[in-house]
Design a protein around this ligand. Structure first.
Ligand SMILES: *Cc1c(COP(=O)(O)O)cnc(C)c1O
Length: 364
């Protein structure tokens, strides 16, 4: 049977916001290797008995009923964990959803969003997708925050949204408390501080929230808490501000399995803390060992990954794949030509990485 096309694909495509059509999609090649050092995940999975405790709840809980309207008990536990009050916390489907909620809450009024590159690419994706005016600053040549440049952009664009990531992905650099205060003392817009990696290092800015009501801190269960598959992120801010932002968040954005599994994780937070201590120790050892290898650059990191630069980038990436190791190629980022990012794995995984790097540098 013939169907007549009433609206063509081109016509339908032309209806999509230009800001969305011009986006380059967030892309990760769906590849894997047995040693997976490309997504900064915690290499230590949760014990089976802890998973089974959460799964038992999942089996008993009626699936036909909605989850809690407000996950109060999870928020209370999170608040106690981070040292905030429950009304100063908002939870979401990964911190990426929280970033979207921030854009919906602030971007139109802020008019412009300041991002310091290289940094987490989702900021740019959301900002540009919203059609908000971009203000792109650069890190310094040694990949540190350029504080005078941030202050200048902030002064020239009153009310602009500023996004700072500390520890910053994919570099590992941080902003110090003194520098953050210096920025916040003059900044009139909202300042989003993404601390997805703060458990691994850098300064914990929670205490600044009571002083700076325009500061919002984003955190996640995807890295230190070893729960990337759950999709749980949260933000901490002044209760008055979080209360308003809550209105634009989708109802029931946390499914009951995530809610319950996250509570189980918080009950066992000391297990995650032990793995974080081990990862920090491994990171520092790995950094020292990599420093002795003939990379063109290696950057100090306060997170669970290490950024390196080598003129043999592609050959090394392929060699590691042959050794069954997948790392992240970040060479297309601003200032990161020839750079690769290695997530810190278990001691065995890191040893395989060391050995594979050694064999690579011996053969070239
Ligand atoms: C991994 C990461 C996140 C985590 O995002 P989720 O949506 O919570 O998984 C957030 N910010 C940065 C900078 C990251 O690298």
């Amino acid at each position: 049977m013939e169907t007549t096309v009433k609206t063509s694909v081109d016509q339908a495509l032309s209806l999509i916001n230009d800001s969305v059509r011009t986006l380059k999609p967030y892309h990760l090649t769906p590849e894997t290797r047995s040693v997976k050092l490309n997504q900064n995940e915690n290499p230590y999975d949760w014990d089976r008995n802890i998973k089974e405790r959460a799964a038992a709840f999942f089996t008993e809980r009626p699936w036909n009923r909605y989850p809690d309207f407000v996950p109060d008990s999870l928020k209370a536990r999170l608040a106690a964990y981070v040292g905030a009050t429950p009304d100063g916390i908002i939870v979401g489907n990964g911190s990426n959803e929280m970033l979207l909620v921030l854009m919906l809450s602030f971007a139109a009024k802020a008019k412009s969003v300041i991002i310091c590159s290289p940094t987490f690419s989702v900021y740019r994706l959301l900002r540009d997708g919203m059609g908000t005016r971009p203000i792109d600053l650069s890190l310094t040549s040694d990949l540190q925050y350029d504080i005078p440049a941030v202050k200048k952009a902030s002064a020239e664009n009153p009310g602009a949204m500023l996004i700072i990531c500390s520890p910053n992905n994919p570099v590992g650099n941080t902003v110090s408390e003194a520098d953050l205060r210096d920025i916040l003392n003059a900044h009139t817009g909202v300042c989003v501080l993404d601390q997805a990696y703060v458990e691994f290092g850098g300064f914990n800015a929670i205490s600044l929230i009571s002083e700076y009501k325009n500061l919002i801190i984003a955190r996640t269960f995807s890295k230190a808490m070893a729960a990337a598959g759950l999709r749980l992120g949260y933000m901490i801010g002044a209760p008055e501000i979080i209360g308003e932002i809550n209105k634009i968040k989708l109802p029931y954005n946390i499914n009951f399995f995530t809610e319950h599994a996250a509570s189980t994780i918080l009950d066992n937070a000391s297990t995650a803390e032990k793995s974080v201590a081990a990862i920090i120790n491994e990171r520092d050892r790995l950094y020292d060992d990599l420093k002795a290898m003939p990379f063109d650059d290696i950057y100090p990191s306060a997170a669970n990954f290490i950024l390196i630069r080598t003129r043999h980038k592609q050959k090394l990436f392929d060699h590691l794949k042959k050794c069954d190791i997948l790392v992240r190629d970040v060479s297309s980022y601003h200032l990161l030509e020839n750079c690769l990012r290695f997530s810190v794995g278990t001691p065995d995984e890191n040893n395989l990485l060391r050995a594979s790097l050694k064999s690579f540098f011996e053969q070239i």
